[in-house]
Ligand binder design. Structure first.
Ligand code: 6PG
Length: 242
């Protein structure tokens, strides 16, 4: 694993840097594999990045969009990660509908929807049960509690190591989420973290020892590159740390 940490002065420069890094990694995937598979994070931090991506001129027909997690709500619900990404970005570019792979939330059964998404990824990547495909880029956020995707502290989802997709649990509310082994197969992971409220969890995650069950972002140790892009408000105390 190659871990790289960059601390940017503020949210605007953080978004500018994350755009440049995303474009670089998308171009690498297109050059090396003729396509790019990209999983999006939800939450509020990445929205301006998605808006900036909507302004880019890229071969969208060669780019496939997945989600690393989704709230268990309809796609038109205000809390939907899919809805946010479509409004900020995907509805504004000329990308084939078939290239957008949202997490299903319509079965009224999170386990069934998780199984459906797993089957969709297995079919898309041509992998058998038990095999984990390597996405080119997985974009992740981190909650104040140190969760990432919908892998929340002290939840059962953290123990799931034989599936691609599982059901997360936020205060009793179901989520659909990538599992830790699927995340860690990625060629490139980019954490995008901003704001002072993230400092305590970042201190735990960057400490030489700590409890990953309590701070699940510690589980993210990919085979490929691990980028942490932080604004100063979040990362001040990590200056010079790897
Ligand atoms: C979600 C996200 C989640 C998010 C963090 C940070 O569905 O909410 O995938 O993991 O990235 O909670 O959220 P903010 O960017 O809003 O701080």
């Amino acid at each position: 694993m190659k871990k790289l940490v960059e601390i940017l002065p503020n949210k605007q420069t953080l978004i500018e840097r994350s755009l440049a890094l995303m474009l670089e990694k998308i171009q690498t995937a297109l050059r090396e594999r003729g396509q790019c598979t990209l999983a999006l994070s939800g939450g509020s931090t990445p929205k301006p990045l998605y808006e900036a991506l909507a302004e880019q001129s890229l071969p969208w027909e060669k780019i496939h969009i997945f989600w690393g997690d989704e709230r268990y709500v309809p796609a038109d619900h205000p809390d939907s990660n899919e809805r946010m990404a479509r409004q900020a970005w995907l509805d504004r570019i000329d990308i084939p509908a078939a290239n957008i792979h949202p997490m299903p939330t319509g079965a009224n059964d999170p386990i069934k929807d998780a199984q459906s998404y797993e089957a969709e990824l297995q079919q898309f990547f041509g992998v058998a049960a038990g095999e984990f495909p390597a996405l080119d880029i997985i974009l992740l956020g981190m909650g104040d509690d140190g969760h990432t995707a919908s892998l929340f502290p002290k939840t059962d989802a953290l123990q799931v190591c034989d599936r691609l997709i599982t059901v997360g649990n936020k205060d009793g509310q179901p989520r659909i989420t990538f599992t830790i082994p699927l995340i860690n197969r990625a060629n490139c992971i980019i954490f995008l973290v901003a704001g002072e409220s993230k400092r305590p969890a970042l201190a735990q995650i960057f400490s030489s020892s700590g409890d990953a069950i309590a701070y699940p972002s510690r589980f993210v140790q990919p085979q490929g590159e691990l980028w942490w892009l932080l604004d100063f408000a979040a990362g001040e105390e990590l200056e010079g740390r790897e």
